[in-house]
Design a binder for this molecule. Structure first.
Ligand SMILES: *Cc1c(COP(=O)(O)O)cnc(C)c1O
Length: 233
């Protein structure tokens, strides 16, 4: 059990787990096909620790610096997910620390991550972030750009492209969310078909606190959930 004062973390985690399980059931998917990435970017270290004690091993941070700090404070079995912008001057220090980078959003970054990973003798797992909304402040490859670059990306020796990531528009309605998530899955299917010898692209990282059930119905394998886990309702 988490320490006193953190009971809500246990309740929230149980509730999120149940909602993931029912969304899987509704869409005829095994519950094990979706993994929760607990987004801890606003969470103090005690609540991250409480989640760890409850068995969570996948944590998402939007800033590389947060991973630098927190990596040393948790056991080796935590998988750190970088879900926010990755500045090129933070690649060297960050690449060796992460389990999966969800925010591979431009060619020069991919080349650099590949080169730095080779330099330290590893392969970095990445998802290509795709921009499927017209929000000015969203990052990601335009679908057309990704189609054009994809073979080169897939061949970079220091990265392993595991799949795709997208965010729905924050002010969109349910149908807008669904359109984005479905679009990401269709793009994945298309790339897979066009490159039968390329990466399998098994992972789709899509869905946050407000829209993860729709994302699961559309094929998400990783849901990135923050506020729902930490709210003290
Ligand atoms: C913050 C964040 C999340 C989690 O958002 P919540 O609405 O708090 O669940 C997921 N993905 C990304 C990229 C984020 O920056």
């Amino acid at each position: 059990m988490p320490p006193t004062g953190l009971d809500h973390i246990h309740r929230n985690l149980t509730c999120v787990g149940e909602r993931i399980a029912s969304a899987c059931k509704r869409s005829d998917r095994p519950a094990t096909s979706v993994r929760l990435v607990a987004v801890t970017k606003y969470a103090p270290i005690e609540t991250v620790q409480a989640l760890y004690d409850l068995g969570v091993r996948d944590f998402g941070e939007s800033r590389p610096q947060a991973i630098w700090d927190r990596k040393t404070q948790f056991p080796e079995d935590v998988r750190w997910h970088l879900i926010g912008p990755w500045q090129t001057n933070k690649v060297r220090k960050t690449a060796p620390l992460i389990g999966l980078a969800h925010s591979m959003d431009r060619w020069p970054l991919a080349e650099l991550v590949s080169a730095e990973s080779i330099r330290c003798g590893r392969v970095t797992r990445v998802l290509c972030e795709v921009k499927l909304t017209d929000d000015e402040d969203k990052h990601g490859f335009a679908p057309e750009e990704l189609r054009g670059l994809y073979s080169r990306l897939a061949e970079l020796p220091g990265i392993e492209v595991r799949g795709l990531m997208a965010m729905a528009s924050l002010d969109g309605d349910r149908e807008d969310c669904r359109r984005v998530f479905r679009g990401l899955r269709e793009l994945r299917d298309e790339l897979r078909k066009a490159h039968p010898d390329g990466p399998r692209l098994d992972d789709l990282s899509m869905g946050m606190s407000n829209d993860f059930e729709i994302a699961i119905e559309e094929g998400a394998t990783l849901v990135r959930i923050g506020s729902l886990l930490f709210e003290e309702a």
